[in-house]
Design a binder for this molecule. Sequence first.
Ligand code: GDP
Ligand code: MN
Length: 399
Amino acid sequence: MKIHEYQAKDIMKWYGIDVPNGRAAFSPEEAARIAKDLGSPVAVVKAQIYAGGRGKAGGVKIAHNIDEVKYFASQLLGNKLVTKQTGPEGKVVNRLLIEEGINIEKEYYLGMTIDRDSAQIVMMGSADGGMEIENVAKEHPDHIFYEYVDPAVGLEPFQARRLAYRMRFPENVINKVAKTMENMYQLFVEKDCSLAETNPLVLTTDNRIVAADAKLNFDDSAIYRHPEIYALRDENEEDPKERDAAKASLSYVNLGGDVACMVNGAGLAMATVDLIKFYGGEPANFLDVGGDSTVEKIAEAFRIMQSDDQVHSIFVNIFGGINKCDVIAGGIVEAAKVVGLKVPVIARLDGTNVAEGRKILAEANLPMVHSIPKMEEGAELAVKLAAETKEKLAAGKEA
Ligand code: GDP
Ligand code: MN
């Protein structure tokens, strides 16, 4: 789960990390009021969306008086911001962060995430902070330094200091930087983060160490332990498909391709994604309908998959165990009735009640549904039909 920058800064502040004073604003008037309250000669107006790259895209504005704050706020609010991370469709800005300006001496990068290979938290730091850490990682991987933290011991003070030195902070702020790292580590562990990042971490001209940007992501599987964080969820920022899927207790991840998959069990779902790739296709999603499906849940899964314009075929790959093939088949027929099938459906059903399931599909006699007994053949056909559907649509548009 993600949260907004201003919320991440609040949490960092509880943990003793220095952040600029500021508050969220939802209208230009509110933005102006906050700037007046802050009383600093320079105010920063920052678009709050769940995506980075705002600086380069004009989503971070420096205002020198209250009128400028109001002007920038009215320009940003309600309008789309297109950054490197939003994709070409961009994101509408509904909230701003208004904060006091800081005097930047130098910008650094500090991040923390879980390294799955070593099963440890890794802390990453670089003197090349600012806007483009992705490019630093690509072009100068030797400019990024790493500290791996033994979970049984925790972040040791010498590790924090070592990283601070490697990041080339001046001698007189090393301890302050190390303290910031220790605070961030404590936050990361206590709040079950999957990512904690500040880019830039700023050394100010008066030797403060300030988190000028803040990003916190949380482990969805642990979010039940943090109701105060769950409450910060901004549904406007989430993919509506992923949101609706979560509501229907479907586990769904958008993958951006054109062959939708509906599978039971995470293992089979991954094998299915691999198989689509093997036959030269691009999976549109990972969708695990789970163990105990109902006709309604399957129909909802179809609605969600078809709400993605990119989807050109749907591969249903179910091995019935607790799930019964007749229920899945019933769901497909229900989906055809209620939401309508817009793209070809390739149904490979096997396992419990398979004969009944195939019979239901055969009797429904749906022209869009192809019943295929073998998984490999099903995947191959799904890829082929997706390409054909795409061609037909393109031809239709030209005509
Ligand atoms: P991002 O581009 O979405 O990562 O947004 P950032 O919060 O990192 O802002 C982009 C840039 O704004 C930073 O790298 C800073 O260089 C710049 N900036 C300039 N002055 C200020 C200031 O007073 N406060 C903050 N927060 N950022 C500033
Ligand atoms: Mn940033």
